[in-house]
Write a protein of this length. Structure first.
Length: 200
């Protein structure tokens, strides 16, 4: 199954906790999804995949590939793959070598950390999360996802159009509820990890 995801990062929540009536205007709807922790291990081949906007990770033992289809580190548009065979196919196409998931797709570990996430579902469609890592970094995201079914069911132009529409919806949402999001330039978890442990 192909999943399209658009996310915009923010530094942290501007309020201690999201509430439906926590600011003006209030959310149309808000459901607290609770708190969870997960462990991510990121893999690469001497930075090649990151340079192409591709992130391969194991989240609690399950493989995921995030392929950037637009945007930047703060405002990103992705296709996501979760089936190991589809990830192997994509990496073979990109790198010219096929490796299995049992061999970590021929990649080496570049980062590993645990994240505690609080999440909310707002206005029916938007997921708002705030992450705190085990190395002390906080960052939030507003996300929209769209499942397209099998990878071949949608051509590139329609995917691009869908991603642009999702991005515009997030921008409108964050502007409407600007009271909820602290200002400043957010820093992604991997960037913060590399700065802390590699002196980047």
């Amino acid at each position: 199954m192909l999943v399209l995801e658009v996310e915009r990062k923010f530094c942290r929540l501007a309020v201690p906790r999201l509430r439906i009536d926590g600011g003006v205007p209030p959310f149309r709807s808000l459901t607290y999804r609770g708190k969870q922790s997960f462990h991510d291990i990121y893999f690469d081949n001497t930075g090649f995949l990151c340079s192409k906007g591709v992130w391969i990770r194991q989240r609690d033992g399950h493989w995921q590939a995030k392929i950037r289809r637009g945007g930047d580190y703060i405002n990103s548009k992705f296709e996501e793959l979760s089936a190991p065979d589809r990830i192997a196919d994509y990496l073979e196409e990109l790198m010219g070598v096929r490796n299995s998931a049992t061999a970590n797709f021929g990649l080496t570990q570049m980062a590993a950390f645990t994240t505690t996430r609080e999440s909310w579902k707002a206005d029916q469609d938007f997921t708002v999360v705030q992450d705190v890592t085990d190395f002390g970094h906080t960052v939030g995201e507003v996300e929209l996802e769209c499942q397209l079914g099998h990878e071949g069911n949608s051509d590139s132009d329609s995917r691009t159009s869908q991603l642009a529409e999702m991005d515009a919806r997030i921008a409108t949402f964050m502007k409407r509820y600007s009271w909820a999001f602290a200002g400043g330039i957010p820093k992604g978890k991997l960037t913060a990890y590399f700065e802390k442990f590699r002196g980047a």
